[in-house]
Design a protein. Sequence first.
Length: 411
Amino acid sequence: MEPPAVTPGQRRRAFCWMLVTVPLAGAGVDMFLPSLPAMKRAMQTTDFAVQQTVLIYLGCYALAQIVFGPLVDRWGRRIPSAVGAAVMAAASVAIANSDSIGMVLVMRVIQGTAGAVTVVAARSIVADCYDAQQRARAANWMTIAWACGPILSPALGGYLQQWFNWHATFWVLGGWAGATVLTSLFFLPETRRVRLTGPVSGVFLPYRQIATDPFYMASALAMGCLITIMYGFEVLAPFYIQVDLKRDAVFYGHLQLAMGCCWMAGNLTNRLLSRFSTDFMRAAIAATIAMGLSAGMIAVDLAGGFGVLALAVPAAVVFFFAASVWPILYAVCLGRFPHAGGAANALVSGLFSLISGAFAFGGTFLQSATAWPMWVLFVVGLGFALLVVVSCLRPVLTLGVGELESVDLRQ
């Protein structure tokens, strides 16, 4: 007997819940960025130590997505999302009541892992509630909701830092996660109608096929290199802006908001230009421009051209061009395995988070009173991405992805 389909009312409730929940894990990375220098002073620690509060969260978030992505197909969406949000709320409250960098790092491990469980369940709702024709539009809305985390959270975090202190950010995150627990239990319907049976290890079998697909893995690698731009800026720029250039947390929050808008604009521009050129041409040209500008800024910085405008304007341009390549690569990853969309989405999200986190971790060892380490990180990330696009993905991106575009995030 076929399980009952999701009703229109349940679909609307699940969709609204998904839009509010998907940005939660991203906010866990971005909301407290304006507070990093203040945390360093309060805990009497180093730049490197507080930067790890971002990267440890990101690494655990990445690995947990890979583990729990297939498992939510077995356990459903409602209960995993509630449990993950409850654990994230508890970890946030623990951080808000701590002044020890060691305790914060431990709780960030728990936060990142728990946040991944909730967000994986939330993203899976798109596959549960929509057919192939509607799924692309719903996925586009999901992508926009996800982008609201890095776009809006730093600005809010800047005001929280100025009005209160760095603890306030984690109280807000804890409240958001706590509200997610309640809405998961009392508002979200269970949208997973088919439960997997058999050994638990069986839910990971799609990974074997996915991980051996050269186009999928090449695209995931290139996405990780591109997103290095965003995460590298997030772990390095708060100190350039607030410590070296003497601007306050609110200013940095507004700057991060502008960067997020440039990223979103790059995504939207790719859609507009898709009818005029091949995916390969757009990806190669955009990555080349971004890498060339970043290389030029190394010379400018070393020659004494370090300032707010010299940091923000070229970084915004790099964000724009890197983001214009992003939907092209995401479409390849998701379109390769439409029959295993949950696993394909979880694996690519985990992989690009791990890759970008590794690049950004390397960047934290390059400490300087000017921004040349950030520009070096940009050049390395963009150079690898361009190499992958040209050497591995040219056949797919030149001819058009065809069946790979069964889920096309540009639409």
